[in-house]
Design a protein around this ligand. Structure first.
Ligand code: PLP
Length: 389
């Protein structure tokens, strides 16, 4: 039977890392991988995470299962981090933000939703996650790479023309991956109005809170939407905001004004998780819970996250200034938010950059701004200007 299988293609983004590792060029730069890097190129464990881990090592008394919904204190504290205090939701702990999206997709399907609208480009794994759960994906252009403009008009007209009651709409809560494009308040208001008017379900993907302009300000559009739309789903990841990537820490939350409906929602989320992996892992969620519920650790974590964001903002300014002569549109890199921007480079140039200058990015032209440090920036800018001209 296995002989009949055809080989699946490797994920092009994940395939970039071995290529980078194999390159002997001492000046090589990895702008591909989607993790934060400090000015020395490291992805450090947050100080507060180390301290929380030490505390957990000392105090943890059992490795018995955490229960199907996960760590209840984590679920509550993480929801307050994302949504602010005082909102009710049915939440369960998940295997990273990806697990949250997958559970969200299963919940949509169980609720009678069969389609989800995705703006393109979007995170490369979105389509695969939703299709694996049996949803049909409807795409619309959301960003023009040459002009670096968000195509808010196209988003609104596609939803107006094609969306049907019960369809889901995926929205990046902040720090759009892969474009860094910021959706302004007027566009958030227009999408919210469309969601209400058409009876759509918003699925908010919150994976980079704190990397845009600040922990609270990044969450503001999501919170405004939660204030206005009664039925929503939020898929939240702790991977970036707490630097816990490999610990696979996240949560999914569904809102409804009715306590009885929230109880049903939770039962479905738990049932889907139980049928997939039974119980979520403990460690990352225990770390996040420890940090968020300890004022001193929380402050230390916040300081370090602020520093990471400030470093990205500084690199954005340097890149924008250096690349503006190539195209005035690239000045937008300075005001885009989060780890990523998308460069208007064709595949031939991207491969040339790898081979001649040791600069690695996926063929989409997405760059991780945090992959760059101040020492490398002038060389990277010069190479981009030389190859992209
Ligand atoms: N959503 C977006 C937009 C992402 O970029 C990512 C990860 O890169 C995720 C969700 C999933 O994150 P996690 O690693 O927590 O599964």
């Amino acid at each position: 039977m296995f002989e009949t299988l055809t080989r699946e293609a490797d994920d092009p983004l994940l395939a970039l890392t071995p290529l980078f590792k194999a390159d002997p060029n001492p000046a090589k730069v990895d702008l591909g991988v989607g993790v934060y890097r400090d000015d020395l190129g490291r992805t450090p464990v947050f100080r507060a995470v180390k301290r929380a881990e030490a505390l957990l090592l000392e105090t943890q008394e059992t490795k018995a299962y955490v229960g199907p919904e996960g760590d209840l204190a984590f679920i509550e504290a993480f929801w307050n981090f994302v949504a602010g205090e005082g909102r009710d939701a049915a939440g369960v702990q998940t295997v990273g933000g990806t697990g949250a999206l997958r559970l969200a997709a299963e919940l949509l399907r169980r609720s009678g939703s069969s389609r989800i609208f995705l703006g393109t480009p979007t995170w490369s794994n979105h389509s695969a996650i939703f299709q694996a759960a049996g949803l049909s994906v409807v795409t619309y252009p959301l960003f023009d790479v040459a002009s670096q403009n968000l195509l808010a008009g196209e988003m609104m007209s596609t939803l107006a023309d094609r969306a049907q009651p019960g369809d889901a709409v995926l929205l990046h809560a902040s720090c759009h991956n892969p474009t860094g494009a910021v959706m302004d308040d007027a566009t958030w208001a227009a999408v919210t109005e469309m969601i209400l008017r058409k009876g759509l379900v918003p699925l908010l993907d919150s994976a980079y809170q704190g990397f845009g302009t600040g922990i609270e300000s990044d969450a503001a559009p999501l919170r405004r939407l939660l204030d206005q739309v009664p039925e929503t789903i939020v898929a939240a990841s702790a991977s970036k905001s707490f630097g816990l990537y490999r610990e696979r820490t996240g949560a999914v939350y569904a809102t409804s004004p009715s306590p009885a409906t929230r109880d049903k929602l939770k039962s479905h989320l738990v049932t889907v998780g139980r049928g997939s992996y039974s119980m979520p892992p403990d460690h990352g969620a225990a770390v996040v819970r420890t940090i968020l519920t300890d004022p001193e650790l929380r402050e230390d974590w916040r300081t370090e996250l602020d520093e990471a964001r400030q470093r990205i903002t500084a690199m954005r300014a340097i890149l924008a200034e250096g690349l503006s002569p190539l195209s005035p549109a690239l000045a937008a890199i300075a005001t885009q938010q989060g780890m990523f921007s998308l460069l208007p480079l064709d595949e031939r140039r991207i491969i040339e950059l790898r081979q001649r200058s040791g600069i690695y990015m996926p063929l989409s032209g997405r760059i991780n701004i945090a992959g760059l440090n101040s020492g490398q920036a002038p060389g990277v800018i010069a190479a981009l200007r030389a190859h992209a001209a």
